[in-house]
Write a protein that binds this ligand. Structure first.
Ligand code: SF4
Ligand code: SF4
Length: 492
């Protein structure tokens, strides 16, 4: 007697036992079940059952999707193989993808709104996107891909909005050297994306003998004249977000986390940590309305840091106008064969071992190449001394992850300068992702139809074979591999 498995909830119909609770006597073969018999666990019909064999038992162990957003959810805990509502795994995953892109957009939109900038078109898209993922609304995979591309377009608008907000308030960034040591005096380390929070803190600490240090995504602040003008904005401590526990333990100063990428703190610095904006951590004081008095009081109560210059000086603040002012020189160097290729190596950093790829990749690039970078992935290699090609720096830091818009503007300008389509330029994108803002940026680049990008450190977990194949076939997305091999392949 053959057993049958429900492909939605994994319930196994065993003919030896039957289904006495629903009037099916033991010994009833699956084929003899009445046509209106329903799965006793999730309520789907007989058409959703397959014969149970060794292979399907193996398949049972995989989670093809996860959704528990409505009361029909399989076994009352989650649809993991297929939705009780009929939702296919690829549709469920594309819904998740859309939500992730929207989360990314929301972060940039939030920081623009902090400075008084909003966009009703983006707000309307966010409503539509959320609504699309409700139960029994949209089961169309290709429409969800279209919506993901629309999310990419909306993310471009949002990054433009935030860039305008930053430039209107703090001026166009200029290349700026950022020291990495400590200055004698009290200190506050600021981590996160909110330039508004940093500005308010700089104003409130003026003349109080407190030095302000940036960390991770805050470093690009040094390039903005309206923030650089504060003499007590003195440098950068630590690298990307995941070194917080080490950096914040090492420097006994007050710490302010202004956005995502705040980690649950170690006890040894929990009482020195403060959050503002969306960031919140249990048992840590949250600052409302940019009144940083508790942070300042804490900083003054702690010992002064010694004067200890850092071993390296970083450079940030390359805005679109700085790069574009060099366009004639760039054109001349490309024509003369002195610049062979541009690389945009950017995105998030993560502690995954594969993330070592990015440093090795940049280190091994030929000397006739230029690297544009942004976001915290740059900390993997921004200490490298790559020199310049006749005055054009080989390593150009464009800023935070939202400054992907600067990268996009530069790419558009190069396309015009050389009279070539973007995909025909001597340019390759080497991307790293960690969280949902990177998902939004990836869809922005796909919206611009940029092809043959390298992606790592891993392929996103929510992309199944269907989604990966679609991205490979339509956009030539390639997972990062061996740095040397990848360079060889790209340089030809
Ligand atoms: S919406 Fe569909 S897939 Fe999600 S829990 Fe409900 S039945 Fe399952
Ligand atoms: S680039 Fe990504 S991972 Fe890094 S701090 Fe920004 S949001 Fe976080």
């Amino acid at each position: 007697m053959k057993k049958y498995r429900c492909i939605v909830c994994d319930y196994v119909y065993d003919p030896v036992k039957g289904d006495p609770d629903n009037g099916i006597k033991p010994g009833t073969e699956f084929k003899d079940l009445p046509d209106d018999w329903l799965c006793p666990l999730c309520g789907v019909g007989k058409d959703q059952f397959v014969p149970l064999d060794e292979k399907s038992e193996e398949t049972n162990k995989e989670i093809d999707m996860f959704c528990y957003q409505c009361s029909q959810t399989a076994k009352g805990t989650g649809c993991t193989v297929k939705g009780v509502c009929g939702k296919e795994p690829t549709v469920a995953r594309l819904q998740d993808n859309l939500l992730f892109a929207i989360k990314g957009i929301s972060a940039y939109l939030y920081h623009a709104r902090e400075l008084g900038y909003t966009d009703p078109e983006v707000d309307a898209f966010i409503e539509k996107g959320f609504y699309t993922t409700l139960t029994n609304v949209n089961f169309d995979a290709m429409d969800l891909v279209k919506l993901a591309l629309e999310a990419g377009e909306m993310n471009i608008k949002t990054m433009q909005l935030l860039k305008k907000a930053h430039i209107d308030n703090y001026g166009e960034p200029v290349p700026t050297e950022v020291p990495t040591g400590t200055k004698k005096g009290h200190g506050i380390i600021v981590t996160g994306h909110s330039l508004k929070a940093l500005e308010e803190l700089l104003k409130q600490t003026e003349g109080k003998g407190i030095n302000i240090y940036t960390h991770s995504e805050t470093m690009p602040a040094h390039g903005y004249p309206g923030l650089h003008k504060y003499p007590h904005l003195v440098g950068q401590l630590g690298k990307a977000w995941f070194d917080q526990k080490e950096t914040f333990s090492k420097y006994p100063v007050a710490i302010l986390a202004t956005s995502n990428c705040v980690l649950l703190p170690k006890d040894e610095y929990k009482d020195r940590l403060f959050t503002s904006g969306v960031a919140q951590v249990p048992d840590v004081i949250h600052i409302e309305d940019y009144d940083f008095t508790p942070v300042i009081e804490k900083a003054l109560s702690l010992p002064e840091l010694p004067e200890e210059p850092g071993k390296i000086v970083l450079t940030t603040g390359f805005g679109a106008s700085t790069i574009l002012s060099l366009k004639d020189k760039i054109k001349e160097l490309v024509k003369a064969g002195k610049i062979k290729r541009f690389f945009l190596v950017g995105g998030c950093d993560s502690p995954l071992p594969m993330a070592k790829y990015y440093r090795e990749f940049v280190e091994k690039l030929p000397e006739d190449t230029i690297v544009l970078t942004l976001a915290c992935g740059k900390y993997r290699f921004n200490d490298l001394q790559l020199g310049d090609i006749e005055g054009i720096p080989r390593l150009i830091d464009l800023g935070q992850c939202n400054d992907a818009i600067v990268g996009i503007d530069i790419v558009a300008a190069l396309s015009e300068l050389f009279g070539l389509e973007i995909n025909d330029l001597p340019l390759t994108f080497i991307l790293s992702w960690m969280e949902q803002k990177a998902a939004a940026i990836l869809w922005s680049l796909l919206y611009l139809n940029i092809k043959d990008m390298y992606l790592g450190p891993i392929i996103p977990g929510w992309a199944n074979d269907d989604i990966v194949n679609y991205l490979v076939e339509n956009y030539g997305i390639t997972p990062i591999g061996d740095p040397e091999e990848d360079i060889k392949k790209i340089m030809g």
